[in-house]
Design a protein around this ligand. Sequence first.
Ligand SMILES: [Zn+2]
Length: 123
Amino acid sequence: MRALGAHPLHPVGSMQLRVARLCHDCEEVHADQHCPVCASETFTFITRWVPAPERRSKPRPPQPPPEADVYRRLTQPETNDHGTAWFLKRAAVGLTAVGMAGWLWRRSSTRSDDRIDNTPEKS
Ligand SMILES: [Zn+2]
């Protein structure tokens, strides 16, 4: 009998589920084209009854495509993950508000100066 799983990555005697086959004649579990016990070529992969999981032990978390991220930012601007664009936008709005306030203050002070100048002096 040939040693099962004599693969450099797998110790002797072990077998990967995805290559394991069940011999229909003697019910031997093997990974060869021929049964190592009865030389039968009739077999069924064990994964037919036991589904083999993915090779990765930890599946990669699903990553949305970049188009989905752009769509999410467009549809949900009030999210908590504020980026640089959000900060720059807020800064621009703040600077504009400060500039408008300063312009209004200067305008009102100029008007009051004009009013004072136009008022006839009492003597
Ligand atoms: Zn067999």
